[in-house]
Each structure stands twice: as structure tokens, then as C-alpha cells.
Design a protein around this ligand. Structure first.
Ligand SMILES: NC(=O)CC[C@H](N)C(=O)O
Length: 312
């Protein structure tokens, strides 16, 4: 086992001095206020040890990382039928793009772009009421992380509900194709609230453990999803988790990862670790600039890229 603590301490030092930090998301007013100097990292190893550096216990807006958890829930509810409504291919387009939807009849390319995640939220909503569904998502994430302190930041949820016109457009457009089954405002309500989940790197890395353990919750020993489903969620994270930056992330880091515009990234090394990093400045694709760099350094130092021979 590499010396994780030493490695992440060195990474935190490098990140603290990095001159180019990217730009904080400003299209969601509540996120525009976050200080780009902040940084945290948490690594939960397969044996349960937790390594942290920087502000690993500071809560931030997980934004699109929530799409991993709602996808897991939607697969539990709809099973394979989900794939009739959402594709499994990288889009090569921005996370909030609408261009492919018209030609592809309202079927989003994958569950991690906004359009796909809105369909997933609609599935999670099922016949239920949005408030109950938001509660269900919160309980699921708390269960995965073994942490009842996780909450939704109402300021962020409200901020996005007031300004999320693109998401409103995407949901309405898909409704026109029959691919949003419930009320558009209900699907959006669920989506905005799941994106506003506030979690620390430690909580996020804990919540991701099941994906590093073939679908098992290592705390309870109970299965969250089958090993096959965990493998597939990881595959989607690798191919689609960074939108039109997924190829670059695979090239540089080589670990399934899901980013959010709050500056967080959840990264899964099957059989080895669940990792969360946070640095609020984003690159031009909307992915955390220094979070990606931190994961690249970690991957280089540990040999954890899924494209590296184990023990290499
Ligand atoms: N990439 C993201 O994190 C986007 C999520 C954000 N809530 C949005 O819909 O725009």
C-alpha cells in the first residue's frame, strides 16, 4: 500500500500554491460566492482507513456528483428499462447542452449530462411527491456515507430554482417528447434539491465506498447494488462523468470520476479506494481545475489508474 497520507499532504501543498485555479461557477449565484482558494481531499481505503488533507470536513455543494446517487436509485426502481429513456454514450457536448435532444428524439445521451439527470430524477420521483422523493434521496446518501449530518443547502437549491432556465428548458423539451413523465416542475424540484446536497470530501468519499466494493456497503455488509451494476456505474463515470472533458480526464487520471460545478469530484478505484476532492475553480468544461490536477497526481503516485497493471 502506498503512503497515502504523505502523498495527499504533498498534493495539498502543491495545490495551495497553484497560481491558476480556474473560475468559480457564477451562473448559480449562491456558488459564485465561494472562495477559489479552498481545497480538500479525502481517501477512504478499501480497508476502511480514511486519509485526509486540507479542508476535508468543509461542506460544499456536490451539484452533479448527486447524479451518481440518483442513477443508482433510478436503476433500483426501473432496472434495465431506464436505458430506454437515457443513453450510455458520452455526449461530447457541454453538460447543459440541448443540441442533441432534437435529433435524438428527447433521449439524452447519458445519465450524467443535465438532460439525462433530469430524466433520472423523473424516474426516482416515480408516482411520488417531490418532497418525499427529496427526503428519500437524502436518506439514501446518509445511509451510504454512514452520516446523518448530511443536509441540503436551501440557499443553493433556491438560487438554482430561480436561475436554472436552461434546466427548465431541457425538462420542458423532453416533456414534449414524452420523456418526462411527471410534472416538469416536480422533476426540476427534485433535481435542484439533489444538486444542492452539501457534503464534505470525507462524507462524499464515504458515500462512494459501495462503488469501490463491487456494490457492497462496507459499513453494514449489505448490498447496495449488484457487482455488475456497480461495474456499469463506474464505467459510465469514466466515459461520461466529466462531460466533454471525460476523454481528457481518462487520459490524465484514468479513474472513474464524477464532477460537479461546486468544484467537487468523486473518484472510484475499484478494490482500492473511494476518493473525494474539492477545489471550487472550474476549467472551461465546468470540471474542477485543481481537483483534476490533484487526482492526476494521486493516480501517478499510487498507480491507481484503471489502465495501470495492479501493483504497477
Ligand atoms: N455540472 C454540474 O454540476 C451542473 C449541475 C447544476 N445544478 C446545473 O444544473 O447546472
Amino acid at each position: 500500500m502506498p503512503d497515502i497520507q504523505r502523498i495527499i499532504d504533498t498534493i495539498a501543498e502543491e495545490i495551495a500554491g497553484a497560481p491558476h485555479r480556474g473560475r468559480v461557477a457564477d451562473y448559480i449565484p449562491a456558488l459564485a460566492k465561494v472562495d477559489p482558494m479552498r481545497f480538500g481531499i479525502a481517501v477512504v481505503a478499501a480497508d476502511g482507513r480514511v486519509f485526509t488533507a486540507g479542508e476535508a470536513d468543509a461542506a460544499f455543494s456536490i451539484q452533479s456528483i448527486s447524479k451518481v446517487f440518483t442513477l443508482t436509485m433510478a436503476l433500483g426502481k426501473a432496472g434495465q428499462a431506464l436505458w430506454k429513456r437515457v443513453g450510455r454514450e458520452p455526449s461530447g457536448s457541454a453538460f447543459n447542452s440541448i443540441v442533441q435532444l432534437e435529433q435524438e428524439h428527447g433521449i439524452p445521451r447519458n445519465p450524467f449530462i443535465n438532460a439525462g439527470a433530469l430524466v433520472v430524477s423523473d424516474v426516482v420521483l416515480g408516482g411520488g411527491d417531490p418532497r418525499a422523493t427529496i427526503g428519500e434521496i437524502l436518506r439514501f446518501v446518509r445511509y451510504l456515507a454512514d452520516d446523518d449530518a448530511i443536509a441540503i443547502d436551501m440557499d443553493v437549491a433556491g438560487s438554482e430554482a430561480r436561475t436554472g432556465f436552461r434546466n427548465v428548458a431541457l425538462a420542458n423539451y423532453m416533456k414534449a417528447f414524452g420523456n418526462i413523465e411527471r410534472r416538469v416542475e416536480d422533476a426540476l424540484n427534485v433535481y435542484f434539491n439533489q444538486c444542492a446536497l452539501a457534503m464534505s470530501c470525507r462524507q462524499l468519499a464515504m458515500a462512494g465506498r459501495f462503488l469501490a466494493h463491487d456494490g457492497m456497503h462496507p459499513g453494514t455488509g449489505r448490498r447496495v447494488v449488484s457487482a455488475l451494476r456497480a461495474r456499469r456505474i463506474n464505467a459510465l463515470m469514466l466515459t461520461c462523468g466529466h462531460y466533454d472533458g471525460s476523454g481528457e480526464f481518462a487520459f490524465r487520471v484514468g479513474i472513474p470520476g464524477k464532477s460537479g460545478v461546486g468544484g467537487g469530484i468523486l473518484a472510484i478505484v475499484p478494490g482500492e479506494a473511494s476518493i473525494a476532492v474539492w477545489s471550487p475553480g472550474l476549467n472551461e468544461r465546468g470540471n474542477s481545475q485543481l481537483g483534476s490536477l490533484a487526482l492526476e497526481r494521486l493516480s501517478d503516485a499510487t498507480g491507481w489508474s484503471v489502465f495501470t497493471a495492479r501493483g504497477g
